[in-house]
Design a protein around this ligand. Structure first.
Ligand SMILES: [Zn+2]
Length: 106
């Protein structure tokens, strides 16, 4: 059900953006979406298509990046470290990968 929530969130954001632009009809939209927010892209697109009534959605996936909060060292997300290789701090934060940005509404 995670993907359905996300699809609804995306649709809501797109509607808000369209309203902001005073745009009555939406045929397509382009968004930036953090990779940590979804697991099944195809399922997401399918659900979005269902609830939006056929708005064409283009997604730019924003990769997950993590960094040490202490020394700002960035890590390769593939290693998914829980401690900093440089200073040993366990205060690791996600610096990108959780975004949901509407870039274009057409
Ligand atoms: Zn560090």
């Amino acid at each position: 059900m995670h993907e359905l929530h996300l699809a609804e969130d995306i649709l809501r954001k797109i509607m808000e953006k369209a309203e902001e632009l005073d745009q009555k009809e939406i045929t397509s939209a382009k968004i930036g979406l953090g990779a940590s927010r979804f697991t099944h892209m195809e399922e997401l697109l399918e659900l979005f298509n269902d609830i939006s009534g056929g708005i064409k959605l283009e997604i730019d996936v924003i990769p997950v990046k993590t960094a040490c909060a202490k020394c700002q060292t960035e890590f390769n997300p593939k290693t998914m470290r829980l401690d900093c290789e440089k200073c040993g701090s366990t205060d690791i934060q996600m610096v990108s990968g959780n975004e949901l940005i509407v870039k274009e509404v057409c």
